[in-house]
Design a protein. Structure first.
Length: 99
């Protein structure tokens, strides 16, 4: 579990990267989850853009973020509009966040 100071650091670092993934109308499927897991082999932060017709409803995006985080054992840092920011510590990386 990350604290508020760590969350702020992750959010600041996430501003520097573009959305890595997009989720469309068909929502989540196993292929998405596998891709997210693989991304954490080389990164500690991933951004996911939710492209849905009802994406204006932040509750739906938060629900999707919580579901993804739970299924791939990552930390749901925050949801900003329709963008989800996830974090997972990776000790194997040469350059990792100092949180």
């Amino acid at each position: 579990m990350i604290n508020s100071k760590q969350r702020a650091t992750i959010k600041r670092e996430a501003q520097k990267i573009k959305s890595t993934f997009q989720i469309g109308q068909n929502e989540l499927h196993e292929g998405n989850l596998e891709a997210f897991k693989l991304a954490f082999n080389t990164k500690e932060i991933i951004k996911i853009k939710v492209n849905r017709s009802d994406s204006k409803d932040k509750k739906i995006t938060k629900k999707i973020a919580e579901e993804i985080a739970k299924k791939i054992d990552a930390e749901n840092v925050c949801v900003i509009g329709t963008t989800i920011i996830l974090y997972k510590k990776n000790d194997k990386l040469e350059i990792s966040l100092k949180i």
